[in-house]
Design a protein around this ligand. Structure first.
Ligand SMILES: NC(=O)c1ccc[n+]([C@@H]2O[C@H](COP(=O)([O-])OP(=O)(O)OC[C@H]3O[C@@H](n4cnc5c(N)ncnc54)[C@H](OP(=O)(O)O)[C@@H]3O)[C@@H](O)[C@H]2O)c1
Length: 167
């Protein structure tokens, strides 16, 4: 695995939360692969400071993923995890870290059946973001995640230490 130098990263579910994290990764020089169900050429994140455009495309066919990655951010809603299972199968090998960006306390048990053996990192998503009718996302606050203080969560700092708190 290459996580100590340049992890390969995918976002599954580039909606309000997924676009915000994709933009933070892009700004940190770690532009992720974008995996969704609605094709787009790019993602747009607006906030009080301006706009970030994350180059795509948003892939919609898991067969085009091109193999497993080091880190997957799963940002579909909890009710959509099963439907996104083909993405998880295409992107995960045994040591792929899966960081779940959802509300609720059942992130691990909801996702584990679809990523057997993979370390799963739950998170608390602190920021409000909204998808606009044109697909652009408005971030109304500071992007901030909390992840547990476990070794697997360290790779999530690839986003940038200011946005992610371990604890
Ligand atoms: N939004 C917030 O402010 C906020 C704050 C805290 C926590 N959360 C939590 O974050 C999680 C995500 O919420 P969200 O607001 O980001 O939802 P969202 O905007 O609806 O984003 C979900 C994304 O997943 C995509 N998707 C759905 N099914 C898929 C599939 N089978 N394969 C690939 N992609 C798929 C959707 O695609 P389409 O574009 O085709 O719909 C959409 O891009 C939820 O658990 C929510 O409770 C949200």
């Amino acid at each position: 695995m290459t996580i100590s130098t340049y992890p390969t990263v995918a976002i599954v579910g580039p909606g309000a939360i997924g676009t915000t994290i994709a933009a933070a990764l892009h700004e940190a020089g770690r532009t992720p692969m974008l995996c969704g169900r609605t094709p787009r050429e790019s993602l747009e994140l607006h906030d009080a400071g301006g706009v970030v455009v994350v180059p795509g495309p948003v892939l919609i066919d898991p067969a085009r993923a091109g193999g497993a990655v080091d880190l997957v951010f799963l940002a579909v809603k909890s009710t959509q995890v099963e439907a996104a299972a083909a993405w998880l199968a295409a992107l995960c090998r045994a040591d792929t870290i899966v960081c779940v960006l959802q509300n609720g306390v059942e992130q691990q048990s909801t996702v584990a059946p679809f990523v057997p053996g993979c370390p799963i990192v739950p998170s608390v998503v602190w920021f409000p973001a909204q998808v606009q009718p044109d697909g652009a996302v408005w971030l109304r606050g500071k992007a901030r995640l909390t992840v547990p203080d476990v070794p697997a969560a360290g790779v999530v700092l690839v986003i940038g230490p200011h946005e992610v708190v371990q604890g």
